[in-house]
Design a binder for this molecule. Structure first.
Ligand SMILES: [Zn+2]
Length: 368
């Protein structure tokens, strides 16, 4: 696949952090506008390089340190609106047709915004960005996931906030932050509340910590999807003859079609895996787990969804057919209503891939 084919192919994404995808120039602008003095440099290129060096230190805790500056400039309503609008535009320009972008509103309350004001600004930004993307000929649907920080104690309040905005564009609830020492069951009250409201849950689990975190997320907290979930491979044994034995949890995850929100390059940067070529996504897709491909943090990891697919194509020669399967996996696993998911699969994703395939076959027939 050429980079242009990958970019033009309709893509869907379930795991992208709003505070992990700012344009470097926007961070510099907003720091000046709102008097944030913490930036290490006011040159956008230098800042981007500084953040990327800081993220690639093979530790989730060190990776998370780089968010101080993005969150630092997201403390005012207009700043959040701008960041969210640009997020929708950037994803659309990359050929993403459906995205769920998450943010923890408690991170933007330093200057007095309430949780609800942060979520409202986030949704208003998506609305503006979707409108601009549609006008530019790249329609996209962007929905919000509301995240609580696992090391903090506000998850019930955040879960209630998420449910309050469910009819305005919020489609689910998540917890994020350092995984070791902060197991999902610490936030059981929040998850119980969300489930009783018939609302949706995804949980960062099995990223930097192992199988017990995944088990708690699924069997105690009611997660419908797993953020990363990469450590599920610890419950899978590959025999010398190539045969595979699944443990009870690994079998459950595959049998129940639990979606895995995999973010290959981010896992390399946090040290969860050594390289994209070594990433368990290859084994898991071959075993036909419900694998999806995501960026996690486009700024910190210097990726786009297209570059992630290009990296997978280079490492595993996935081709257009597998890319369509991964995209439909994501659409089937989205928290948007069923009819909206079907519409995007049948009217956008399938025709888009069919068009790219027929173009490719014409090129072959013409002997170009
Ligand atoms: Zn994440």
């Amino acid at each position: 696949m050429t980079p242009e084919t990958i970019r033009r192919a309709p893509k869907a994404m379930l795991h992208d952090h709003l505070d992990g995808g700012l344009r470097p120039g926007t961070i510099v602008d907003l720091a000046g506008e709102y008097g944030y003095g913490g930036l290490p440099t006011s040159d956008a290129d230098e800042l981007a390089a500084w953040i990327r060096r800081g993220a690639d230190r093979k530790s989730l805790e060190l990776y998370l340190e780089t968010f101080a500056h993005t969150v630092g400039v997201m403390q005012e309503r207009d700043a959040i609106v701008r960041v969210a609008a640009e997020c929708a535009e950037d994803l659309a320009a990359d050929g993403v047709v459906y995205a769920e972008v998450r943010y923890a509103p408690e991170l933007s309350t330093e200057r007095g915004l309430t949780l609800d004001e942060v979520v409202e600004a986030n949704l208003e930004g998506f609305r503006i960005g979707m409108e601009r993307a549609g006008a530019a000929g790249s329609p996209i649907v962007v929905r919000a996931l509301v995240t609580a920080m696992r090391q903090a104690a506000r998850s019930v309040e955040v879960a209630q906030c998420a449910v309050r905005w469910r009819d305005a564009g919020v489609v689910g609830f998540d917890i994020a932050g350092p995984e070791a020492g902060y197991r999902p069951t610490l936030h059981l009250d929040a998850f119980d509340y969300v489930r009783r409201e018939n609302f949706h849950i995804t949980i960062h689990a099995g990223e930097s910590f192992g199988v017990p975190s995944i088990w708690e997320a699924l069997q105690w907290c009611g997660a419908e999807r797993l953020g990363h979930g990469v450590r599920i491979v610890d419950d899978i044994q590959v025999q010398p003859d190539g045969g595979v034995a699944l443990g009870r949890l690994a079998a459950y995850v595959r049998d129940r079609r639990v979606p895995l929100e995999m973010c290959p390059t981010s896992n390399v940067h946090t040290g969860a895996v050594a390289s994209v070529a070594d990433h368990p996504i290859d084994l898991l897709r071959r075993l036909r787990y419900r694998v999806t491909v995501n960026t996690d943090n486009r700024l910190m990891s210097d990726v786009t969804l297209s570059s992630e697919f290009a990296a997978l194509d280079e490492a595993f020669a996935i081709g257009l057919g597998e890319m369509e399967w991964l995209t439909i996996n994501a659409m089937k696993s989205a928290f948007a209503p069923f009819d909206e998911r079907l519409r995007i699969i049948n009217e956008v994703v399938k025709p888009g891939y069919a068009r790219l395939r027929s173009e490719a076959s014409r090129v072959v027939a013409a002997g170009v």
